[in-house]
Ligand binder design. Structure first.
Ligand code: ADP
Ligand code: ASP
Ligand code: MG
Length: 449
């Protein structure tokens, strides 16, 4: 039996009819059993913009963007000779109805916001089903599958948590046919559904995660992430154009890279793949014959520094109180507050009377969280920082590494350092405006041309 493959195509692989035909060709060549797609390029951003405009501007501003979304999708439908556009029209009308509701109420609840964002993937998957059907030329049945039937989540709208066991059972019930060559399913990334039937989203960039969850759910052998770069590079090629593509990287290194800001993979993508031993491949739909990157349990080489990443828009909170001296339970009290607000902390350091930790800038909008922290300690906030990470092997046992890093950084001030928790990661905070420069200097020093 052929390997069972889940292939995911991101927004740039869905940009227009030509990109869709190209991506469909890739899915056909690999005989992907399930194809998970993102919204067409820029559509999620447009839907987010539309929700904001609906609450703040007059209806004509909304109409303009609704028209843009409509024309883009109808034009792709026309280029793909999609005869019957009634399903597409129904979804386009839903964009208008939902935004009208937000406009009239001047309100966009998290539930409504997820509902409107889901339309990007629901529209693109309809179009891609047509593109793949053309590619398979009736040799195999191609069907658009509503992923919400299997991707069960909790009700944390905006960043819902998938319910793994339910997903596995639902995949067995609904997707089994694709394993026996009867049918190829095209389905949506990014979106899910609560038990009560409300649409949720997994957070920006979440289609990678959806594809991994489906791969886990159906027991796939391979998860392919097709994007606009021919694999994982030593750093973001947009910052360092000479960054090198890697043929292989370990799960641990790739997971650190994704968690610490490399946009190429959504941070949680690798967890389901690791749980079910699914091999993961990253390649470009524009250059599908290039070698790409395989993410493996172990690699033939284990360099000290394999890659680097940055996580932007970070805030440093420093909590100080003399009550910490010689006492216990203080960290517990702090983390309990973050837990209650479902806010994740990226890095932590402590001293005798203070704890410094980093969170995303946007978390500061949660005044209640800050208020509760202020009841415990004096809180100092520094915004617009970036967390720069070096990813590799044996990092916490290598003499002289710190010296090399600081020499390479030169005059760039380091605000906080985290070392020791992982042998794969050394990370530190710098001013957001100096982060690209830090990456350029470190890449030059550790990886070179
Ligand atoms: P998609 O829409 O296909 O999901 P994304 O824009 O989310 O694509 O991710 C691909 C982008 O990730 C690339 O264009 C690149 O700029 C960025 N990126 C960040 N870090 C890396 C890295 N280490 N290697 C390759 N690409 C990276
Ligand atoms: N369309 C969603 C986004 O732009 C999800 C994704 O592309 O992965 O964030
Ligand atoms: Mg992405």
């Amino acid at each position: 039996m052929d390997a069972i493959i889940v292939a995911k195509f991101g927004g740039s692989s869905m940009a227009d009819a030509a990109a869709m035909r190209r991506s469909a060709g890739v899915a056909l060549e690999h005989k992907a059993n399930i194809v998970t797609v993102s919204a067409t390029y820029g559509t999620t951003n447009n839907l987010i913009k539309l929700s904001e405009l609906a609450m703040t501007k007059d209806w004509s501003a909304c109409e303009e963007i609704i028209l843009e979304i409509r024309e883009k999708h109808l034009s792709i439908a026309c280029d793909l000779d999609l005869g019957n556009t009634s399903s597409l029209e129904r979804l386009l009308n839903e964009v208008e109805t939902l935004s009208k509701g937000m406009f009239l109420l001047k309100d966009c609840s998290p539930k409504a916001f997820d509902a409107i964002q889901s339309l990007g993937e629901r529209l693109s998957s309809l179009l891609f089903t047509r593109a793949l059907d053309l590619a398979w030329a009736n040799e195999r049945k191609v069907e658009c599958f509503d992923v919400r039937k299997v991707l069960r989540t909790d009700d944390q709208f905006g960043k819902a948590t998938p319910l793994i066991e339910e997903i596995s059972t639902l995949c067995d019930t609904h997707l089994i046919d694709c394993k026996y060559d009867n049918v190829v399913y095209v389905t949506q990334g990014f979106i899910g559904q609560t038990e009560c039937g409300h649409t949720t989203t997994l957070g920006r960039g979440g289609s990678d995660y959806s594809a991994a969850l489906i791969a886990e759910g159906i027991g796939a052998d391979i998860l392919q992430i097709w994007t606009d770069v021919a694999g994982i590079a030593t750093t973001d090629p947009r910052i360092v154009p000479t960054a090198k593509l890697m043929n292989e990287i370990t799960f641990s290194e790739a997971a650190e890279l994704a968690t610490f800001g490399a946009k190429i993979l959504h941070p949680t993508t690798l967890t389901p793949a690791l749980r079910k031993n699914v091999s993961v491949y990253v390649g470009s739909s524009y250059e599908a014959s290039a070698p790409g990157t395989w993410i493996k349990k172990s690699c033939s080489e284990t360099p000290l520094i394999r890659a680097m990443a940055q996580k932007k828009e970070q805030s440093l909170l420093t909590l100080s109180t003399p009550k910490m001296i010689g006492s216990h339970g203080f960290l517990y009290e702090i983390f309990k507050i973050f837990n209650a607000h479902k806010v994740s902390i990226d890095s932590v350091t402590t001293s005798e009377i203070s704890v410094a930790l980093t969170i995303e800038d946007s978390t500061l909008l949660n005044r209640k969280l800050l208020g509760e922290l202020e009841n415990l300690a004096e809180v100092k906030v520094e915004e617009n920082l970036s967390l720069v990470s070096l990813i590799g092997n044996n990092i916490n046992h290598t003499a002289g590494l710190g010296k090399r890093i600081f020499e390479a950084l030169g005059d760039i001030n380091v605000r906080m350092i985290c070392l020791g928790a992982s042998r794969h990661n050394f990370c530190f905070l710098v001013d957001g405006e100096r982060a690209n420069d830090a990456i350029i200097r470190l890449h030059d020093h550790f990886i070179g041309e």
